[in-house]
Design a protein around this ligand. Structure first.
Ligand code: PEP
Ligand code: MG
Length: 366
């Protein structure tokens, strides 16, 4: 049972009095959300919805959705997933009780959804009324040499609009349900992943707005919501002024931003990176502590460009760096509004944010 008590709770109270940065947590399960709250998180900064799709009760509908070659087939599969997602989101809204909840629309490496084994292929073939050979061809067509640089993030939402439409519907229906249940409407922050071009955000934002209108008309209720974007590709940083015109907020995805800035796979970094750090070629592991010269420079560019267009643009970070004290110091110096980290890092982040504020926001990562 996570709980802060005694001297530790007193210390945290002092930290909260001086810190400027808000602290959110990355969470998608009720347990994580609850833990984050008990540790003092002030909201959810990243709910990775792809994690919700792997539940054994859902994965066959997910495979059906991705393997169907017709929009109708995909919509049938998505209709099965809608009630699950509505429950997922209403539970998070209920636990967070009016605090901000940032829900990121689907961002899977597609290969994790594809059926591989013969019996998986046979099952999806049967559910779609297709033959095995067609399914094998479809799986081969969708498989990529480099899934992390492939058909993921908003690229999936752009090419298969019905996916984000289902998720947006689940979010709005859940928010309205909680508003009726508690008398207090959550304000969902809907986040689009892996945006590299303003047009991608405009297209996906329009999908969300269309669904919002439909759900509001059906229910006779409206709620407030925000639509923002992950900033996790160098091109997004360099075109952040254009992107900001279509965004209510930015959240820096420094895991992917580190991967794409260094051209270094986040999944394989352990292979030679320790040697580099040991020899002083890199001062620190850039996936742990934000690299001020490359990734940090891009974050600063994005902030300047984004706030240049929208001075009040809300800025956060939700990569692993959001729980690293040196990186939090950097976030303070750049003037971000919040950091979002894993639930168990929340107390560390509260303390680090206070130390950063006391240090006057001077960048000490260098
Ligand atoms: C990121 O890229 O920093 C991020 C938060 O998203 P994910 O780790 O899910 O790719
Ligand atoms: Mg990412």
């Amino acid at each position: 049972e996570p709980k802060l008590s005694g001297d530790f709770a007193t210390l945290m109270g002092w930290a909260d009095e001086v810190r400027r940065l808000r602290i959110r947590a990355n969470a998608e399960t009720p347990l994580d959300a609850d833990t984050a709250k008990k540790f003092g998180a002030e909201g959810i900064g990243l709910c990775r919805t792809e994690h919700m799709f792997f539940d054994p009760s859902r994965i066959s509908a997910v495979r059906q959705m991705i393997m169907s070659e017709s929009e109708g087939g995909r919509r049938d599969a998505l209709a099965k997933l809608l009630p699950f997602q509505r429950d997922d989101f209403s539970e998070l809204f209920r636990i967070m009780a009016g605090m901000p909840v940032t829900i990121r629309l689907l961002d899977p490496p597609l290969h994790e959804f594809l059926p591989h084994r013969e019996e998986e292929l046979a099952e999806v073939a049967e559910s779609l009324g297709a033959d095995l050979a067609t399914m094998k061809r479809r799986a081969a067509d969708l498989s990529e040499a480099n899934p992390m640089l492939g058909h993921r993030g908003c690229r999936l939402g752009v090419t298969y609009p019905e996916i984000y439409e289902m998720q947006a519907r689940a979010i709005f229906e859940a928010a309205i349900l909680i508003a009726k249940e508690t008398g207090k409407a959550p304000v969902p922050e809907i986040m689009i992943p892996l945006v590299a071009a303003k047009k991608e955000l405009e297209i996906t934002r329009a999908q969300v707005e269309k669904v919002a209108k439909e759900v509001f008309a059906e229910s006779g209720t409206t709620i407030e919501y925000l639509v923002g974007t992950m900033i996790e590709l160098p091109r997004a940083c360099l075109t952040a002024d254009a992107i900001a015109e279509a965004a209510d907020f930015f959240s820096f995805g420094t895991n992917d931003l580190t991967q794409t800035t260094f051209g270094l796979s986040r999944d394989d970094a352990g292979k030679f990176l320790p040697y580099y750090v040991d020899k002083g070629i890199l001062p620190k592991d850039p996936f742990v502590s934000l690299d001020p010269d490359g990734v940090g420079a891009l974050v600063k560019i994005a902030k300047e460009k984004g706030r240049g267009v929208k001075p009040s643009l809300k800025l956060g970070i939700c990569g692993e760096h959001g729980g690293d004290p040196a990186s939090i110091q950097f976030c303070e110096s750049v003037g971000l509004d919040y950091v979002s980290c894993s639930p168990y890092r929340v107390p560390v982040a509260r303390l680090a944010a206070a130390q950063a504020a006391l240090a006057g926001g001077v960048d000490r990562t260098a």
